[in-house]
Design a binder for this molecule. Structure first.
Ligand code: SF4
Length: 625
């Protein structure tokens, strides 16, 4: 087996139209500036994507990149990124996944792959160190994701597969990789539009070794130690998975219930992490190389299967008024097999239920009634009857049938499961998140609700923290490791570990510029430097995240995004019976400050000077400053 020191520094660039491929290399400057994962994928996309292309046309580009940690044995090191232009939102979408494909691709000798063009008929891509082979996938039409991945496992050690939803161009179709998913923004439809049913990589053809093994060992051991001793990991994620958030979010009244009409429910206990732990004797079913172990399995409907994640449980549960965990599990499995994003599926179903309740459209779907859900999910995936309209997502439906005031999406992406009316920073997060209504852009709910370090109902300094966290998350997604490492890697650093909470809280709330100095990113930067031999500091790491975030925003402005898109649904802005003092929702106040901090102009466009400072070469088309 070949030994690779650091990274392969080879990207496989595939033209599906001509069925040819080339090897592309990345300059050291880009590797330092964008790290890998999300950052590098966006840079490769920026260099190739023509603004305005049809997301489902041959000119759209689909890119997967691994991070530098894959194959090294570092903590939580199996994640990879995918980017493209989204058929659901019409802007750039990014997704991160912990399935086996990333490791297989990297150990086949490739740090990433770029797909361009379109095959005339359905195909599989079989990747190894020599490149790619194209084989016929005609017989796999409408096969489920697991059937497809099982077939691909005869060739490779990790795969990507789409289900019928991706083939049928459902706008929120996902891509599976060993029961982990590239979930949001319809990446499955992008592969479907290119006639790619699945991709696999042989893997195991090379061994990745860090350039500086001693230093790598130091940072890697530190990472494992921090994970082991962190309260949130040990007592929350390992015990209850992401469902650890359900009870606390219900108590904090930020749980989406019945299309965000309510924000808590006395029935929430029946779908909580605690209930599942007590009744389903869960084990672990996590991403590869994970030591945080938020992914669990348990017995539902007499079948051992994955425990639905927090977002799925809310969007396919409380938000459609269903508090039956067996039903939610059944629908979670259907979405996984057919290749549907559970968040957008649930958010769109909630819109349909409310629109039907108000007589805007004709559907048997009603809040709290599980009867027609399974069939509707199938109708969506196979584009049958009204399912083919639901397949467009909630924004398009509300444009057609009305009810835009209760369409709970931002920039066309359905909101995830944190109601910002009880977590004010999340309101700003949703409004400005690059891919639309995504909770993972800044994860500021962690500071507001999970750790309670910031006042969840105050706007004070929220713009500062959203910007700071967006940069951190973009860098973590580029390194690329799991976002949940942020709890141990940041909080367990010596200074923060021993500082009393009664000191920490006021400093964080009122002196963010001092507080930000407490956050130590050296575990991340140390891992990157020791593996690649490219020296970066914790500050460089954070700056790289900032560069990635701004590049993504700039790419979105080329697709027409400006301040008009940085909005929240009417319901969030104007309906807050629980806290009338926060009515209307104070978005504009935070938004103005956020633009100033981000160095966007008043239209929300990144200023030319700030792009230049970050080394982003602008094409000037939308940059009016
Ligand atoms: S903590 Fe959860 S999301 Fe993160 S790598 Fe592990 S299983 Fe995957």
């Amino acid at each position: 087996m070949r030994t690779v020191s650091g990274t392969n520094n080879k990207i496989l660039e595939i033209d599906l139209t001509s069925k040819k491929f080339i090897e592309t290399n990345v300059s050291e400057e880009d590797r330092k500036n964008y790290l890998g994962g999300k950052g590098l994928a966006l840079k490769l996309l920026y260099d190739r994507l023509t603004p305005g292309v049809d997301p489902l046309g041959a000119d759209n580009i689909f890119i997967v990149t691994t991070g530098v940690l894959i194959g090294t044995g570092a903590p939580n090191s199996a994640r990879f990124s995918a980017v493209s232009k989204s058929p659901l939102t019409g802007i750039i979408t990014h997704s991160s996944c912990g399935g086996p494909f990333g490791n297989a691709l990297k150990t086949s000798g490739w740090d990433g792959m770029i797909l361009k063009g379109k095959s005339v008929s359905p195909i599989f891509l079989l990747i190894d160190s020599q490149g790619v082979k194209f084989t016929d996938a005609e017989n796999f039409s409408e096969k489920t994701t697991s059937e497809t991945e099982t077939h691909l496992s005869y060739f490779g050690n990790g795969s990507l597969a789409i289900g019928p939803a991706g083939e049928n161009l459902v706008r929120f179709a996902n891509i599976s990789s060993g029961e982990r998913y590239l979930g949001r923004g319809g990446l499955g439809a992008v592969l479907g539009s290119k006639n790619v049913k699945g991709i696999t990589a042989r893997g195991g053809e090379c061994k990745i070794v860090p350039k500086d093994p001693e230093t790598f060992k130091k940072y890697s051991s530190r990472g494992f130690k921090y994970i082991k001793q962190n309260y949130y990991i040990e007592k929350k994620y390992k015990m209850y998975g992401t469902l650890n958030h359900l009870s606390s979010n219900n108590n904090a009244q930020i749980l989406p219930v019945r299309n965000f009409k309510e924000s808590s429910s006395p029935e929430a206990e029946k779908i909580s992490g605690e209930y599942i732990k007590e009744t389903r004797n869960p084990g672990y079913r996590s991403c590869r190389n994970c030591s945080i172990l938020c992914g669990h399995e348990g017995v539902f409907n007499e079948k051992l299967t994955s425990v639905p994640e927090y977002e799925t449980t809310c969007l396919l549960g409380s938000n459609i008024g269903v508090f039956d965990i067996d039903k939610i599990s059944e629908w979670n499995d259907i979405c996984g097999e057919l290749g549907l994003d559970t968040i957008s599926a649930g958010g769109t179903l909630a819109y349909v239920m409310e629109a039907a309740e108000k007589g805007l459209l004709d559907s048997p779907l009603r809040f709290g009634k599980p009867e027609h859900i399974a069939k509707t999910l199938e109708d969506i995936a196979f584009m049958r009857g009204f399912g083919s309209e639901i397949a467009m997502g909630s924004r398009k439906l509300s444009e057609r049938y009305g009810g835009e005031e209760f369409c709970m999406s931002v920039k066309g992406l359905e909101l995830s499961a944190y109601d910002p009316r009880g977590s004010v920073g999340m309101g700003l997060n949703y409004a400005v998140a690059n891919r639309g209504g995504c909770h993972l852009s800044s994860t500021i709910f962690g500071l507001e609700i999970t750790m309670g370090l910031l006042d969840s109902e105050s706007t004070i300094n929220k713009a500062t923290y959203v910007e700071f966290m967006e940069n951190a998350i973009a860098a973590i997604n580029s390194l690329h490791t799991c976002l949940f490492t942020i709890y141990p890697f940041i909080l367990e650093s010596l200074f923060l570990r021993y500082i009393p909470v009664f000191v920490l809280k006021p400093v964080l709330r009122y002196f963010p510029f001092i507080a930000k100095l407490f956050f130590d990113f050296s575990t991340y930067s140390g891992l990157f430097s020791s593996i690649t031999g490219i020296k970066i500091s914790g500050r460089d790491f954070l700056k790289s995240g900032k560069r990635t975030h701004i590049l993504e925003r700039y790419m979105n402005t080329r697709e027409g995004v400006d301040s008009n898109g940085d909005k929240l649904p009417y319901r969030i802005l104007n309906e807050n019976s629980r806290k009338p003092g926060l009515n209307p929702f104070p978005l504009n106040k935070m938004l103005k400050k956020y633009y100033r901090i981000r160095k966007y102009d008043t239209n929300g466009i990144p200023m030319r000077s700030s792009l230049k400072r970050l080394g982003i070469e602008a094409d000037g088309k939308q940059n009016r400053t």
